[in-house]
Structures are given as C-alpha cells and as structure tokens.
Write a protein that binds this ligand. Structure first.
Ligand code: FEO
Ligand code: CA
Ligand code: CA
Ligand code: CA
Length: 723
C-alpha cells in the first residue's frame, strides 16, 4: 500500500483509496514547487484593457465547424502573465472577491474583506454560458449578454488556513477562530454573474453587472434538496434533515456541464477532505462495512480535515463537519453528513429563487464534470463522468425517460432535471486489452454486486451513495485519474482526460493505461504516468453497453523518447503535461484542452491548447515497453501543429480550469485558478515574495495578492476564436 503523503496539497487534492483488486494500481502525485525560468511567450495580456478592433454582432451568427486552426502557437512560458496568440486580446473580467450586489464596496484584497456570500468565490473552475436576450430572458443565440455560472472549488491553503483571504494569513492550528471559518464557508461553492459586451471609450469590452438580479452565490451553507434513489434514505438522515431529503451547500466543485434542458451541473470532487471524524469513531459505530466505506472514500478515523472547520465551536455550522457518530442516533448528529456530498448538483441559473438540487442517481464519488451526449428524440439521455482520484473509474448514466425535444426549452427546467436525472442506470467502464470495452451495470440485480462481500448492496440508494464500492464489485478498470469528459459534436465520440498517476508502474500498466516512465523535473526524477493521456470511446449509440476505444493523445514533453513516452509526436508548439479540462466548442468543433500541471512547471506554466481531433481508430496499435513488460495499446493518429497547438499560457502557479463561449464562438471565457499557490503563508504580507501577483500586475483591482479570475478572450478583428 502507499504511504500517506502528508504534503498539504497531496492530502486533499487528489485522494487515493482504491484498494480494490481491480485491474491496476494508483497513488500520489503533486510536486508543485519548482524553479521557474523566463521564456518568451506570445502577446502578453493586459487586464482591464479595452478590446481592440471591430464590434462583434449581438445576434445569432453561428459560425459552424472549422476545418483548420488559424492562429500562431504560443510558446511555453514561465512569465507571470497570460499569453495569447498575436491578434487576440484577453481581459480580466471577474476575479475572486468581486462584488455581486449593487452598492457594495470594491474588493480591497488585503485579507480584511467580508460579506463573501455576496462576492465572487475563490478558485474559479468549470464555467458555463447561459445567454440572455435584450430583455434579459433566456436565449440560446444572443451573443452579447449572458450569465456565467461557475464553480469556486477551493482556497489557496497552507496547513489549515486559506491564507490569502485572512489579513495576517489566518490560523494554522486547532481550534480555528469562528470568524476565519465563516469566511471560508462562504468562499466555496458556485456563482452566477451577469456579463455584457458594451461600447466603451476604448471600443467594445465585456463587463460584469454588479446590480443584476440574476447574480447569485451558492455556498457551503445554501439549502439543497436531494432527488433520485438516495433521497429520503437512511444514508442521508442528519440532525439537519431527519427525513434525509435536504442538505446544506456544496463544496469542492470542480468540473461543470450544461444539460440538454439548459441548466448548470457541477461535480463535487475532493469534498472528503473537509470532514473530520475522531479516532474512536470506528469503534463506536461497530460496523466494519461502514468503516470500509468511509475508508474507500478517503476518510479514515482520526485523520485531520483540510481546514479544521469542525473546530469553530458548538454551533451546527461547525459541528456538521464532524461526521463522527457522536450522538444517540443519526437524527442527533452528523454521522451521515459525509454522505450528503459527492454528487452531481444541478442549478437553474435563470431562476434565482430555486434551490440547488443534488442528483443522487448519478452516483457519489470524486466527481470531476458531467457531459451529455447529443440527445436524440425517443432515446434515453446519456451522461459521462469521471471520478478523479488515482486508480478510479469512468462512469456513464442512462436515463429511464426518453428524450422529448420539447424539453430543450421547458417552462420548468428543474422539473426536466427531475424527469431525466432521477431515474436511470449507472455503469462503470471496463477497458479490455483488445481495444473493446464494456459498460458494467451498477445495480443490486447485477450478480457481481449481489455477491460482493465488501458491502451489502440491497437498494438503488445503496448503489447511489456507495458507488465506488459497487464499481469495485463489477471489476471496472482503474484509470490514471479520470478528469473531464467531453463529447465530440462531429461524431459523438467521448473524450476523457486522465491527468497523471505517479504510482503507475511497469507491473500495473495495462492497455488503457500503458505508460510508466521516468521524467526529469529540474534534475529530479518523477515516475509513473507523469504527464497523463486522453482516452476516447466510440459507441454505436450512446445507450449501448459496449464501446471501442483508443488513446487520442499521450501528453509528453517534446524531447521525450518517441517509442515509450512521446507517442503522439508532440513538438514545441503543442507539448503539454497533465491534461484536465476538456471542452468541445459547440460553435467551431475545436476541442479545448487545459492543463493542471505540476510536472512540466520547470519549463512552462499551465496552458490551454486547441485541437482538431479525428476519430477512434485513426491511428494504429503500438507496443510500449515499460521495464521488462511490453503492452499493446491503440494510439490515435500522431499530432502535428496543424492538429494541436498551444493557445494560451497562464500566470505562475495557476491551473487553467473551465472554458465556455458565446454561441457565435467570438468570445471565450477561461478560468485561471490559484495563481501564486506556491507562495508561503509566512509571506502573505510581502508581495515581493509572492509566486504571482496576477491579476494585479495586469492592472486589475486593488492590492497585490494573487486572485483566481475569469478572463474573456476576443479576436482583434472580431472573428471566431481559434480560426
Ligand atoms: Fe479539481 Fe480533478 O480537478
Ligand atoms: Ca521533465
Ligand atoms: Ca479539474
Ligand atoms: Ca486536476
């Protein structure tokens, strides 16, 4: 077994608890600190700068699929800036702490700001566009006014404290002060903000509307409702909701999606780390299968929580993070609070008075994002999802209800969500060595689940709450950390990023996770699948239980060995490490790939690349040597700068997270998460020691502390992005 990794980031950002015998193995990666040296970049970007060039039309101007990429690749860079291709302009639009209510003071950015429930949260992640017409009504075609709905995944932390949001860095020992925790409780969650493109003194530019009635925050304290098989089950009974039907808030939301009926969906990812249960909890419960389930979800008794929120005092808002069996029954404590997180949550951004809905039918795990196959009239609605931890699985949900195209614009969007997302079948993927794969049904009637000794699966609710164990039972394939899934609008094929896996070894490589190698970072060895890959699936119909697969892209450094590591023929224009975000543009068909990299950061900051992918089977089988072992895999067609090229490089310490666009493809919105995350807590008031001072160094906002932010990128000639 792997020794626990006690580095702060490793503990809570990429958990590994899959001790099942399923196909392969797992473990930690996260060395993020690195020496950085300055390389040249593309055009550096001014925040708040006016967008040059001509006006973009504000009506339906769908651009259609593009045939080729049309920009100059951006060079690798370790500069503390956002670099985009010549001819493009990026503008900082919406940063952590920005006010979401009329009349609020601007963000001071010195750790004294409060009222976080009415400000943009931190660590911007997945993001989706929801258009508005001139009257402020929902529109799928209008291009100059809309809502951006997004995740605020986490905070930049060291030890227990989210140090950039506290004046002197906060308290890194237990107990933590209630005032600090109250800030942190409100910084996590989701936000919805209205944006418009308007004519200003320097030309057209995008701006948020501080006074929009549709601006909204969801925090860890917002009331939520459970739907689907687990709603009302004993697993969700808490002191807050003795009926097991309601919960509070959402936390560590990573990737996003947009439903075919026009709502926002978001994945609760590393929620496990926010909980604490004391060392005696297993003995008190005296239920080995529940203990095993807690461990399988990353929460061993006695392990510290990420922020010590349970230490803030006797009030419920703190005690709910202690998920030990401390009271007389589940109605008297928060022993089940742990089970109220780990879901896909749905929000209707157009209806600010509706509640957050937790869709239990889509399973409970470290959800990255969720993406939908193009719905077909009379066929089930199908969604694909990854569980992001080392050695975890890829999942698919197939609705019981058949798609009615009238639901594309329903009067009640969340009722459409009830219809399609509360009843259906969940599957986990098995990748066979011959290039075929199977979707394995997760239901109590599957004999493998009925016979499973690790847990008693009796009901659909059991499957929905303890999904990882059900997938263990059926023998799903352990993957190199599944992150975002995306569906190619051209042919329906499904792409899933596998970001990296530091403990993939020669002994555990398999056809779908075929690389284990050594890479040098600033002279130091890194092992495993250091740079990650992207797998893709082809199904004859989305509801099918079988698929064919290949590996679309092997991420690599350009100068790595082409027989064992750089199998996709990457070059200076397109090499990358640790693919994470993956979103197909509906307007252009471009596949946007974003990195969350700690392995190549001696040479470059994280990046965004544009791809023109082909199809499953466009490459050839290839034999890869890992140690003494040889494994046959199925590689996609090798890349060239014509098919894959770097579009953006972010500031220091930042991960490039979500991306969305206007319906005409003429503006893209990109999230920049945790610039400066390797800054030391002790240096919180010494800007000269910050790893990054972005976006302040680009002219955005007060103070010097780095902030996560949404940027908007336009082409100076008003054209379609990427073409
Ligand atoms: Fe929050 Fe898996 O990235
Ligand atoms: Ca290297
Ligand atoms: Ca991610
Ligand atoms: Ca990641």
């Amino acid at each position: 077994m792997n020794a626990p990794d006690l580095r702060p980031g490793a503990l809570f950002n990429d958990e590994d608890s899959n001790r099942s015998d399923n196909a392969t193995f797992d473990s930690v990666l996260d060395a993020r600190l690195s020496r950085r040296r300055l390389l040249g970049g593309g055009a550096a970007v001014a925040a708040g700068a006016a967008v040059a060039g001509c006006a973009t039309p504000a009506t339906n101007t769908a651009s259609g699929p593009v045939q080729q990429l049309g920009f100059t690749p951006v060079a690798r860079s370790v500069a503390d800036t956002v670099s985009v291709p010549a001819g493009y302009t990026a503008q900082v639009l919406y940063a952590g702490g920005d006010p979401l209510k009329a009349g609020m003071a601007a963000f001071k950015n010195d750790g004294t700001d409060n009222d976080w429930g009415n400000r943009a949260g931190d660590h911007h992640d997945g993001i989706e566009w929801f258009g508005l017409d001139a009257q402020g009504k929902p529109s799928d075609t209008f291009t100059s006014r809309g809502l951006l709905a997004m995740n605020h995944e986490a905070t930049t932390d060291e030890k227990l404290s989210s140090f950039f949001i506290h004046a002197n860095g906060g308290t890194a020992t237990l107990p933590r002060p209630a005032g600090e925790i109250d800030k942190e409780l409100m910084i996590h969650g989701l936000s919805v903000v209205e944006v418009r493109q308007e004519m200003g003194p320097g030309g057209r530019r995008w701006a948020t509307r501080q006074d929009s009635p549709l601006n909204r925050r969801i925090t860890t304290m917002s009331e939520a409702v459970f739907t689907g098989p687990a709603a009302g089950s004993a697993h969700l009974v808490t002191k807050f909701s003795p009926t097991g039907t309601k919960g509070r808030g959402t936390v560590n939301n990573c990737g996003t999606g947009r439903t075919p009926w026009g709502t926002f969906v978001s994945g609760e990812e590393n929620w496990f780390g926010y909980f604490f249960r004391d060392a005696q909890d297993d003995a008190r419960r005296n239920d080995p299968k529940i203990t095993a389930a807690f461990n399988r979800y990353g929460r061993r008794a006695g392990a510290p929580s990420r922020h010590g929120w349970e230490s803030g005092g006797s009030d419920d808002r703190f005690q709910r993070w202690n998920t030990g069996a401390t009271g007389a029954s589940a109605r008297d404590d928060y022993r089940n609070e742990f089970h109220t997180f780990g879901y896909i949550v749905e929000l209707d951004p157009y209806s600010p008075n509706t509640l957050l809905t937790k869709r239990t039918a889509l399973g409970r795990f470290a959800h990255e994002n969720v993406t939908f196959a193009k719905p077909v009239a009379g066929q089930p609605v199908v969604a694909y999802m990854g569980c992001d931890a080392r050695g975890e699985y890829i999942y698919k949900f197939v609705s019981s209800e058949k798609w009615d195209p009238a639901d594309a614009n329903p009067r009640n969007r969340l009722a459409a969500g009830d219809k399609y997302l509360d009843s259906g079948t969940l599957y986990a993927a098995r990748f066979n060595a011959d290039g075929n794969g199977e979707w394995l049904e997760l239901s109590p009637k599957n004999p493998a689940i009925a016979a499973y000794k690790g847990f008693d699966f009796k009901t659909a609710a059991d499957i929905c709450v303890f999904t990882r164990l059900a997938a263990d039972a059926v023998g799903a394939t352990k993957m190199d950390r599944p992150e975002w899934a995306g569906v190619n609008p051209k042919n329906g094929e499904v792409y899933i990023t596998l970001t990296n896996n530091s403990e993939r070894t020669a002994a555990t490589v398999d056809a779908a996770n075929p690389r284990a190698y050594t890479d040098l970072k600033a002279g130091k060895e890194q092992k495993g699948n250091v740079h990650g890959h992207i797998v893709r699936l082809a199904e004859t119909a989305p509801a099918e239980a079988k698929f064919r697969w290949d590996i679309y892209l092997f991420a690599s450094e350009a100068d790595a060995d082409k027989a064992t590591v750089n199998l996709s023929n990457l070059s200076a224009e397109n090499d990358l490490s640790s693919p994470d975000g993956l979103v197909f543009s509906p307007a252009t068909g471009i596949c946007w790939i974003q990195t969350d990299d700690g392995a190549y950061t001696d040479k470059t900051n994280c990046m965004l690349l544009a791809a023109m992918p082909g199809r499953v089977g466009d490459g050839a089988p290839v034999k890869i040597k890992a140690g003494d072992k040889e494994v046959t895999t199925y590689a996609g067609k090798p890349q060239t700068p014509a098919t894959l090229r770097r579009f953006l490089v972010g500031p220091r310490g930042a991960e490039i997270t979500g991306i969305t666009e206007t319906p005409d493809g003429r503006a893209i919105f990109v999230n920049i998460q945790h610039a400066g995350e390797n800054t030391k807590m002790a240096d919180v008031n010494d800007p000269s020691k910050y790893e990054s001072r972005w976006p302040a160094n680009a002219g955005y906002g007060a103070g010097q502390r780095p902030r996560s932010a949404t940027i908007v990128i336009t082409k100076n000639d008003g054209g379609v992005i990427g073409t």
